[in-house]
Write a protein that binds this ligand. Structure first.
Ligand code: SF4
Length: 82
């Protein structure tokens, strides 16, 4: 049985983690800094027990920004085009 959003977010590996790790800052971010930030976020997602629910929700909601379910917005868009 699939978890409801209120349930899976309760056990998310990123719960309580600074959201700046998952979303680009308002100011310009260098390629190197972005790459490091995304790598750290994806490491958290890789060990997350609700990764599938998170990615599914992001795809359904067409989340435009940030890393969800271990994928960046560009990677999610590519997945949706398949
Ligand atoms: S998959 Fe990543 S973004 Fe989604 S809930 Fe887990 S840690 Fe957070």
């Amino acid at each position: 049985m699939a978890l409801q959003r209120a349930e899976w977010t309760d056990v998310a590996a990123c719960r309580g983690i600074e959201s700046l790790l998952f979303f680009p800052p308002d100011v310009m971010e260098s390629k190197e800094v972005r790459s490091r930030r995304e790598r750290q976020a994806k490491q958290l997602c890789a060990d997350c027990h609700v990764r599938e629910e998170c990615l599914s929700s992001a795809l359904t909601q067409r989340e435009s920004y940030g890393i969800w379910g271990g994928l960046t917005e560009i990677e999610r868009r590519a997945l949706l085009r398949r």
